[in-house]
Design a protein around this ligand. Structure first.
Ligand code: ATP
Ligand code: MG
Length: 697
């Protein structure tokens, strides 16, 4: 222990409350003999300072002498990792004047499970039979490969309809992440596919073989390989010893593979800290299990220390009361209600609007009014259950010239031209990657699926490093263009070539193809330039491609352009992507049954509970203002065919009449003067529709 530690500690712990302080440094802060490294769980509700406490704990460890290069900090998104690193640096910087060795601290091992997994797998590739040059497929690439294999096995031409590629991938992913036998997964989550169990097993076996032949890992593989590596005692020891401390935020949203990885890294739990809130567990649909956090203490002997926090520092009393009331109806819950010292505050509003267009109008008016009052756009967020819920609002914001950034939609990366250039770059990095290669080769004029397949077959069969790309069989008329392309690809894929020069050259080549490929090439070129700029901020092509696949840059709107960092812009985000964050004012769109809960997630009681927790997560992002918008009708895409239709909506079931007292009910637009008393302007106050339905229950 650092001799100065006792003298330094109290200063920066003063801002924390006693329970937070205990979480930071153990039972007896600053006293000798205190066991800071015992396994620790911090479990507490939203806004109680869990993330803040974790940042203080990291800073505390560093002050105590821990090497920042040996601290592994696992967060849910890259944004969260960056934010955490900033907080730690800030806390440590306060002490740096007294302790020169603390200035300029950086945390090289802070990131998501997936990105850290990718780095460790490359580092240890030689020991586990992986090619260190493996590429990572995003979900869409993985679905494409699944489709290719499905096709090759003849499963797409069955008389009875075999599950589609996305379903196949979801089943595969669910089995991998929950570590459950295929039969169980099918029975529980995909009963309509149960008849295909044998075929699915064959498909998955072939899918795994195809990935290995192409040196490709999908998202799930990053966790799967990492967890399998942790089952090898020698490797587990080596990786575990690399880190003195392992800390995890948002632990409630981890899956069984992630829990197994942590246990492999720190079997006795020493140096391990996890924090989370079971009431905010919202990734069950992807295999996360709240059991991880609930069972954590008993995984060790003696059991882990558990610290609970009960004071909320984020939201006003009125917002907190409404959020507490919503989550109180959950069927199962470990964390307790929170209290706050922030008295009063504006009561959250339930805002009744006619439709989607009015919803957008209301948001824009409110956001602008709040900005007039001094609340910057960046301190305001509009949240929604599904990425497409904000489409109308995006148009309205664009029309009114209000800059915004959208999190959670993958618009930028989904754009065909961005995917094209990334495919070329991935192909350059790994010429056995068939999914990327298939897309990349067909960008050349005159090359279609047949020639592309033949070239990819040749590349697959060639000995490593001698695939003679430029000599591949293409028609004579294409030869010069092909040679140019091959030279650019070889250059960009050369690990010794300076970065990002090779990528820039590919980008220029692609820009020249765009005129032929797209009618609106000019608009799309701006995205390509943006992608090249993003590339230049990474040290190597590999880090760039990994980061882009795992942590997509925040999606942007073509029309609005990418706001500069110092510019003010409104935040649009899915609830899932808003995790862990807070804003002065929060509006939630489409607070109606069918959207929240989503009508895709009302199959089971567990799904409904997860949707309720989503509402809780959304509401607890707000500090001072919270608006829940309830359109009386909205568009729903008609899955049975027949296009879109208007649906009459009712307020979410998670805010039943009994909870209305927690909210102020308003309508927008305000009725013209003189009509205020009219019944139609109080549609939400007197819910006749609900009464009518009630007559039959
Ligand atoms: P979530 O569950 O949403 O992830 P959280 O429990 O991680 O929330 P934080 O984001 O760490 O909570 O903190 C919420 C807010 O409370 C932040 O603005 C933070 O700065 C503030 N805060 C936390 N602890 C204290 C404290 N002891 N004194 C004053 N403010 C605090
Ligand atoms: Mg947090």
């Amino acid at each position: 222990m650092n001799d100065d530690a006792v003298a330094v500690t109290p200063g920066y712990l003063e801002q924390l409350n006693p329970a937070q302080r205990e979480a930071v440094c153990g039972n007896r802060c600053g006293e000798p003999g205190n066991d800071t490294d015992a396994p620790l769980l911090v479990i507490a509700g939203a806004g109680s300072g869990k993330t803040n406490t974790l940042a203080h704990r990291v800073a505390h460890l560093i002050v105590q002498g821990a090497d920042p290069g040996r601290i592994l900090l696992l967060t849910f998104s890259r944004r969260a990792a960056d934010e955490m690193a900033r907080r730690v640096t800030r806390i440590v910087a306060q002490l740096a004047q007294e302790h020169r060795q603390l200035s300029g601290v950086s945390l090289p091992w802070s990131g998501t499970f997936h990105s850290i997994g990718a780095r460790l797998l490359r580092e240890y590739a030689g020991s586990i039979g992986l090619d260190p040059g493996f590429t990572i497929h995003d979900r869409e690439d993985s679905a494409d490969l699944m489709n290719l294999v499905r096709h090759e096995l003849g499963l797409s031409s069955q008389a009875r309809r075999f599950p589609l590629k996305a379903t196949c991938l979801a089943i595969y992913s669910s089995a991998v992440n929950t570590r459950s036998p295929l039969g169980d997964v099918l029975q529980q989550a995909f009963p309509w596919c149960a008849e295909w169990a044998d075929e699915l097993k064959n498909l998955f076996a072939a899918y795994v073989e195809a990935k290995q032949a192409q040196q490709v890992l999908d998202y799930d593989d990053l966790l799967l390989y990492w967890s399998m590596m942790m089952q090898e005692p020698a490797l587990a020891d080596a990786v575990g010893a690399q880190f003195s401390h392992v800390l995890v935020d948002e632990y409630q949203d981890t899956n069984r593979l992630q829990a197994a990885i942590l246990l492999g890294l720190k079997p006795d739990g020493r140096g391990l800290t996890v924090v989370g809130d079971d009431a905010q567990s919202i990734y069950g649909f992807r295999g996360a299990t709240v059991r991880n956090i609930l069972d954590f203490p008993q995984a060790f002997d003696p059991p882990a220390r558990v610290v609970t926090l009960d004071r909320n520092y984020r939201s006003s009393a009125a917002i907190l009361a409404a959020a507490n009331a919503v989550i109180a109806a959950a069927s199962e819950r470990f964390t307790k209600d929170l209290w706050t010292a922030r008295e009063g505050g504006t009561v959250p509003r339930l805002v009744s609007v006619r439709d989607d267009a009015d919803q957008a109008g209301f948001i824009v008016d409110t956001v602008l009014a709040r900005r007039e009052e001094g609340l910057r756009l960046k301190r305001q967020a509009v949240l929604f259950r599904a990425a497409h819920h904000s489409a109308r609002l995006e148009l309205e914001l664009t029309r009114r010239n209000i800059p915004f950034v959208k999190f959670g939609g993958l618009k930028f990366l989904e754009a065909a031209h961005v995917k094209d250039l990334l495919a070329v770059m991935r192909f350059a990095q790994n010429r056995r990657d068939r999914v990327s290669g298939f897309r990349a080769l067909q960008l050349l004029a005159g090359i279609g699926p047949r020639i592309a397949t033949r070239i990819l077959d040749n590349l697959r069969d060639a000995p490593a490093g001698c695939d003679l790309l430029g000599e591949q069989p293409v028609p004579d008329s294409l030869r010069p263009a092909w040679r140019t392309f091959a030279a650019l690809v070889e250059n960009a894929g050369n690990p010794r070539a300076p970065w990002p020069a090779g990528f820039d050259a590919l980008g220029q080549w692609y820009r020249e193809q765009m005129e032929r490929l797209f009618e609106d090439a000019e608009v799309r070129r701006a995205d390509i330039d943006q992608l090249l700029r993003i590339g230049a901020t990474y040290p190597t092509s590999e880090r760039f491609l990994t980061a882009l696949t795992l942590d997509p840059p925040d999606a942007t709107s073509d029309e609005a352009g990418v706001p500069q960092l110092d510019e003010d812009y409104l935040i649009l985000s899915t609830i899932h992507s808003a995790k862990g964050q807070e804003w002065g004012a929060v509006s939630l769109l489409n607070v109606v049954d069918g959207c929240l809960p989503s009508d895709l997630a009302t199959g089971s009681a567990e799904q409904i509970d997860e949707e309720r927790r989503l509402l809780y997560v959304a509401m607890t992002r707000a500090r001072d203002h919270l608006d829940l918008v309830v359109p009386q009708r909205f568009y729903a895409s008609n899955q049975a065919g027949g296009g879109d239709r208007h649906v009459y909506a009712s307020r979410t079931r998670f805010i039943p009449n009994a909870l209305l007292g927690r909210f102020q009910q308003v309508s927008w637009p305000k009725p013209p003067p003189g009509l205020e008393g009219r019944p139609e302007s109080r549609a939400q106050a007197v819910d006749l529709a609900a009464r009518m339905r009630g007559m039959w229950r």
